[in-house]
Each structure stands twice: as structure tokens, then as C-alpha cells.
Design a protein around this ligand. Structure first.
Ligand code: GMT
Length: 377
């Protein structure tokens, strides 16, 4: 890096996904000497105190006329104000809707000679929300006006080029994992709290939206449990939690399911797993799967979206078509009963996560994008 940069990051504060990537990136950038300002409507869940990293809250004023308070305008004003006060070089928007538009507006307010805009696409901001006619024109506009656009997988890059705009500037930068936090050593601390010694532990972590197919998670667990003593640990919460509970009761396995909600030490819980289940209908990347792999936990998932760019079928996990829960469970049971093969999958998962998706390999790619955006005509 030529010189330390001053970077504003706009993101969602919620559990998992794009907010996590934004915060982890901010922390890694600060560790590399940059100054980072995170902007959101609430403190992001994984944000920890760190010198050089500050948090700024967007306040959306209520007014009787506003049925829909204009958050994107308040965010744009905040970003413009921060750019002026802290002489920001880069505004980095995570998740296109509405952050990319707000960042472009802020740049228009302060001038392109002062700050440049980078947008990182995370998934449904393209595949679902971004392609909705209600938002599509604005996403297309904001992306075309950004100085650089990245997507978290090749799948999402190609999907954006297919669905939103065929812009060759869009490049893939995969998500990354901090192996000081997610590592196999975290396993010992919580394993005894979630299961007995002779039980196999299957873990799932998500925001329990329909796309995660949490009912499939329970189905896989129920099939595995017919062959061995097992426990299912469910991390997170969301709209499909009741569905997962209902299916568990219907299949007679509710007593083996542990719904933990939003835990603070995600790494310690994920590391208790003998396998991680992520049979989503589509994942642009699957950050939770990568975090599990870094903990030495093989992944069982669906052959969809960007997950095959992370998990290698038959090496560090099992990938089958969406909804093929019987085959997933059959292959997983065979793996769990074959100790040497399971140990090899654990090792392969951990090596892949740390060697291919480590913080030190990926964060410089973002620094290069920042430089390119700054040097663009
Ligand atoms: O696109 C979403 O569903 C939201 C986003 C989030 O903020 O949770 O998740 C996406 O971004 C993650 C981080 O880049 C990816 O690991 C997830 O695969 C992706 N989710 C989906 O594509 C469903």
C-alpha cells in the first residue's frame, strides 16, 4: 500500500453476512494501518473497540409526513459530512440496497475529486432485491456510477453481469476468515455444554430465512440420527425458526435439537461441530460455511450459487442438489462413521479455509481495488 487511506464503510449492522464481512474488513484494514469509519443505523454485531476504527450512527428523523423515513438520504448526508470532516478517500458500500446509492450521492455532494466509491455486492442485493423492478433501475444506476464494484464470488459476479449490467469492471473478491478467531482449538471450550461425549454434533448457523431451508437442516439431522447418536445445534434466529421446530416435532427429533439463538461466541459453538449443515437454496458465497471450515468442520451443502467455490465436494465437504436431503444424510452418515476419512475432511477444510481464504490473502485485494478507484480517470 502506498499510503494509509481513510475509508468510510456503510453496512447493515445485523448478524451474519454482509455486515460481518464489512466489520471484519474494517478491522483488518485498521490493523494494516488505515483509518476506518463504519456507518450504520446501529452498532454492528461483531464490532469490537480498536484504535483507528470508529462507528457513526445514522439518525433518521421522524416526521408526521413520512410514512417511510428516507434512510438512504440520511445515510448519504452522513457519508458526505464524514467525508468532509475526516477527509475520507474511499466510501465503501456493502450490500447495494441502499448503501451504493447513498455513497454515490455523498460523492456527488462533496465532489469526485475528494472521494471515490467502491461497492461490494453480497447476494440478494443482486439476486432478489436488486432484480426486483422496484429497485432494479436504482441498483443499475448506482453500480454504473461506482468507481469500482466487487462481488463476493465468481457466481455473484457473473449473475450481476447477467441480471443487472454486463460490466466487465465487476470483479470477484471472495470472503475471508480470521483463523485467530475461527480455529479447531475453539472446539474444547463448549463441546461439553452442547452434547454428550458419544453424540455426533451437527451445527447450522444462519438468519433462518426461507432461502436457508432450515427444514432441510432438520431432515438431514433426523436421517443421521437414525444411524447414530446425534445432536443438532441451531445458531441464529429468523422467520423460519418455527418451521424448523415444527418439522423437528413431526419427525420426532425435537429432543435432539438445541436452538441457541444469537450467540456471542459463534466460533466456539461452530467448532463443536462434526459437520456444518448449509443446504440453502442459494448462497452467493456462504460465509458461515467458510467459518466452519476454518474450525476444521466439514460442510454439507447444496450445489448452488457460490458455495462450490468454497466447499470441494468429497474433499472438505459434501455437495448435493438443493433439496436432496436423503443423499446428503446418507453421505454424511458414511463420512461420520469412517473416522480416518472424517479426520481427513476436517484437516482439508481447515487448510483450505486458512490457505485460500485467509485475511492476509484477501484484504490486499480490496486495497488494490481502492487504489484503482483512486487512480481512475
Ligand atoms: O444477500 C443476503 O442474503 C444478505 C447477506 C447478508 O447480509 O446476510 O448474505 C449474503 O452475503 C454473505 C456475505 O458476503 C454471503 O456469505 C451469503 O452467502 C449471502 N447470502 C445469500 O446469498 C443468500
Amino acid at each position: 500500500m502506498q499510503r494509509p487511506l481513510r475509508i468510510g464503510i456503510a453496512c447493515y449492522p445485523t448478524f451474519g453476512g454482509s455486515g460481518t464481512v464489512a466489520v471484519e474488513l474494517a478491522s483488518a484494514l485498521v490493523a494494516r494501518g488505515h483509518e476506518v469509519h463504519i456507518v450504520s443505523y446501529a452498532p454492528p454485531v461483531r464490532l469490537l473497540p480498536q484504535r483507528g476504527l470508529s462507528y457513526h450512527e445514522v439518525n433518521v428523523s421522524a416526521y408526521p409526513l413520512f410514512k417511510y423515513p428516507p434512510y438512504e438520504m440520511a445515510l448519504a448526508s452522513k457519508l458526505a459530512d464524514l467525508t468532509r470532516r475526516h477527509h475520507l478517500d474511499i466510501l465503501h458500500a456493502h450490500y447495494a440496497v441502499p448503501h451504493s446509492l447513498s455513497a454515490v450521492l455523498a460523492r456527488e455532494i462533496v465532489g469526485r475529486d475528494k472521494v471515490r466509491v467502491v461497492t461490494t455486492l453480497h447476494g440478494t442485493d443482486v439476486t432478489l432485491v436488486g432484480s426486483d423492478p422496484a429497485y432494479r433501475p436504482i441498483v443499475e444506476y448506482a453500480l454504473s456510477k461506482a468507481d469500482a464494484v466487487t462481488a463476493v464470488s465468481k457466481f455473484l459476479r457473473d449473475e450481476t453481469r447477467r441480471v443487472i449490467q454486463d460490466d466487465p469492471r465487476i470483479r470477484a473478491i471472495p470472503n475471508f476468515v480470521d483463523s485467530r478467531v475461527f480455529h479447531p482449538g475453539a472446539r474444547g471450550t463448549m463441546r461439553a455444554c452442547v452434547a454428550q461425549d458419544d453424540e455426533v454434533v451437527l451445527v447450522h448457523a444462519s438468519n433462518f430465512r426461507a432461502v436457508k431451508r432450515v427444514d432441510d437442516v432438520v431432515r438431514i439431522f433426523a436421517s443421521v440420527r437414525r444411524k447414530m447418536k446425534a445432536r443438532l445445534v441451531m445458531v441464529g434466529d429468523g422467520p423460519e425458526r418455527a418451521t424448523a421446530l415444527r418439522v423437528a416435532e413431526e419427525l420426532g427429533v425435537a429432543d435432539g435439537c438445541l436452538f441457541l439463538g444469537a450467540v456471542t461466541d459463534v466460533a466456539a459453538v461452530i467448532a463443536t461441530g462434526d459437520a456444518f449443515l448449509l443446504p440453502s437454496a442459494g448462497e452467493s458465497f456462504g460465509l458461515a460455511a467458510l467459518e466452519a471450515m476454518a474450525c476444521g468442520v466439514p460442510v454439507v451443502g447444496a450445489l448452488a450459487g457460490g458455495l462450490p467455490e468454497v466447499v470441494r465436494d468429497g474433499i472438505d465437504g459434501i455437495l448435493e442438489p438443493v433439496g436432496a436431503t436423503d443423499v446428503m444424510a446418507e453421505r454424511l452418515s458414511a463420512l461420520l462413521l469412517d473416522c480416518p476419512r472424517h479426520a481427513a475432511a476436517r484437516k482439508a477444510a481447515q487448510l483450505r479455509a486458512t490457505e485460500e481464504f485467509g485475511t492476509d490473502s484477501i484484504v490486499p485485494l480490496y486495497e488494490a481495488v481502492y487504489l484503482e478507484a483512486l487512480n481512475a480517470p
